[in-house]
Design a protein around this ligand. Structure first.
Ligand SMILES: [Ca+2]
Length: 293
């Protein structure tokens, strides 16, 4: 009898511990769900520049009006010179980097290849883990990015479109202005991994595009040519007709303030350059993309 009473009491305590654990688990799940929701697009920005979900992936896009902007920089490598005026027709661009959840839809539809790895710098389970649904997809090649954008009824932005969307028409150095502020982007190994897309609203570009500096490097449509600016057309430059490498823009979570300038083009002659970096098949944990239309 005494023994039975004791085991009942132990049972009750165990039940209480299990219930407590379950509710804690639920609370943690809810917190995780809250933490991974994408920040709302700034309504004031959408009043100035039309923005809305577009394409088959229904990703938020912003309208960039036609007109000239200043491309290139005198403060970077030779491949950023000469500074020149470029006219672009109007276009739409994704406000956010393409996320794991969106890319997974393309994989599930049988159109896209899964990323080259399901991990991130710090997470062994990243792609396919719902906790990271709204983080940028990584380990995608230029070919993967192109396939996704086409599946979404979009395309990769040209290098010129990307730079205009990032800096607007006043030739600024960073999306938010000319002064460096490492708190306005996921850069410099401060986090040491990707962050939820749109986590740095103070770092928005003049059109309200987010994470143009840092988080993940972004594939653009063009072949890479370090001397292209010397002879590129002044209207809607499409990039070189052929090449070996594709261009990546914006720097990533590991990069310093020099590499995340919006005019920055990775210098292929730099002594420590890793020559597989720009190949269209290159996949790594600091490379992603966004689409244009
Ligand atoms: Ca980025």
């Amino acid at each position: 009898m005494k023994y039975k009473g004791l085991s009942a009491a132990v049972g009750l305590v165990l039940l209480a511990i299990l219930a407590f654990g379950f509710f804690n688990y639920q609370a943690a799940q809810q917190a995780a769900a809250t933490a991974t929701a994408i920040a709302q697009v700034n309504p004031a920005n959408c009043a100035q520049f039309d923005c809305r979900p577009r394409g088959n992936d229904n990703a938020e896009m912003v309208f960039v009006p036609a007109g000239e902007f200043t491309m290139g920089s005198n403060d970077g490598g030779a491949n950023e010179k000469p500074v020149h005026q470029v006219y672009l027709d109007d276009f739409w661009i994704d406000v956010y980097e393409v996320t794991n959840a969106l890319y997974k839809k393309c994989v599930d539809a049988g159109k896209c290849q899964p990323p080259g790895s399901l991990s991130s710098a710090k997470q062994s389970s990243y792609f396919g883990n719902s906790q990271f649904d709204n983080y940028p997809v990584t380990f995608v090649s230029w070919n993967d990015a192109k396939t996704y954008c086409e599946w979404a009824g979009k395309r990769l932005p040209t290098e010129a479109e990307w730079e205009k969307a990032a800096r607007g028409t006043d030739a600024r150095v960073y999306p938010w202005g000319n002064e460096w502020d490492g708190n306005k982007a996921n850069v410099e190994q401060r986090v040491g991994d990707t962050t939820l897309v749109g986590s740095y609203p103070a770092g928005a570009s003049p059109y309200g595009v987010l994470d143009m500096t840092g988080n993940v490097w972004e594939w653009v449509a063009d072949w890479y040519d370090g001397s292209y600016y010397a002879n590129s057309p002044s209207r809607n430059p499409p990039g070189p007709p052929s090449g070996q490498y594709r261009a990546l823009r914006g720097g990533g979570w590991a990069d310093d303030h020099y590499s995340v300038r919006v005019a920055h083009r990775y210098d292929l002659t730099y002594p420590t350059f890793s020559f597989d970096f720009y190949y269209p098949t290159f996949r790594y944990n600091f490379v992603g993309f966004r689409c244009a239309q």
